[in-house]
Write a protein that binds this ligand. Structure first.
Ligand code: MN
Length: 258
């Protein structure tokens, strides 16, 4: 278990994201983190890394750029950032908590497999540091106020309980102003599919190219899922396991294969 923490004010908090060091959601997360602790560090990608998943940079050098006190950017993926932070920049005194986000857009259902935001939290969990990924569903007008309002108390409450070392916490804020939010719901992953919207076009020189669109196809919107919770006005909180093993299938195949 990650030990419960009653008071975050003495905690060393590392922030990262996948939207990049200049993303508005990172500024919102910084504000939230500073309301929790004075010891806030930022190590974030130099460029947008949405969709980078849990990828590692293995074929290029990583050079952190020091931007200011406790503030760095790395020309790499969110996973690179957490690794560089924990194993290099902050190696003498690693973070007690890693917060990733606030992503500009949902990380619901199987988005979590593509998400660099979730991957940064996953990497921290693999480094044995408790981590929370935060995402704000996006409409025409960003509702950062909702994340700002709910974020600090949610993080405090979750940390007071502690959670398994096999687990990261994934939070999604609905696309609503604070006044429209009904509350918080614990939720399991729903199912929807991104990547069906593959568009073939022609560049100005007449050569074809393919661009993966943003359309999402909902497959399951049952009550109890993160997709349903956020669609019906709730902040969703989903604990995600590092261990993806399907134990039922182990039992079923064991009879045949062993
Ligand atoms: Mn993103």
């Amino acid at each position: 278990m990650f030990a419960p923490v009653d008071d975050l004010s003495g905690c060393r908090i590392l922030l990262s994201n996948d939207d990049g060091i200049n993303a508005p959601g990172l500024a919102v997360l910084e504000q939230i983190a500073r309301s929790l602790s004075d010891d806030v560090w930022v190590v974030a990608p130099a460029h947008e890394q949405s969709g980078a998943g849990h990828s590692l940079t293995l074929h290029n050098p990583l050079r952190p750029t020091h931007l200011g006190e406790k503030r760095y950017m790395v020309d790499g993926t969110p996973t690179d950032c957490v690794l560089v932070a924990c194993q290099h920049i902050m190696v003498d005194e690693p973070p007690d908590l890693v917060l990733s986000g606030i992503n500009m857009g949902a990380n619901l259902g199987e988005d979590v497999h593509y998400s660099g935001t979730v991957a940064a939290a996953l990497e921290a969990t693999l480094q044995n540091i408790p981590a929370i990924a935060l995402s704000q569903l996006m409409g025409k007008v960003p509702q950062w106020g909702t994340a700002e309002h709910y974020g600090p108390d949610l993080i405090r409450s979750i940390c007071k309980v502690g959670w398994s070392r096999n687990t990261l916490i994934n939070i999604n804020f609905p696309e609503l102003p604070v006044s429209g939010v009904k509350g918080v719901k614990m939720a399991r992953q729903g199912r929807h599919k991104i990547g069906d919207d593959v568009v073939l076009r022609e560049d100005p020189r007449g050569k074809p190219y393919i661009w993966i669109g943003a359309a999402v196809t909902s497959e399951s919107n049952d009550e109890g899922t993160d997709i349903n919770a956020t669609a019906t006005g709730y902040v969703s909180v989903t604990p995600l396991c590092v261990d993806l093993t399907d134990r039922d299938t182990i039992s079923a195949l064991k009879k045949v294969l062993e």
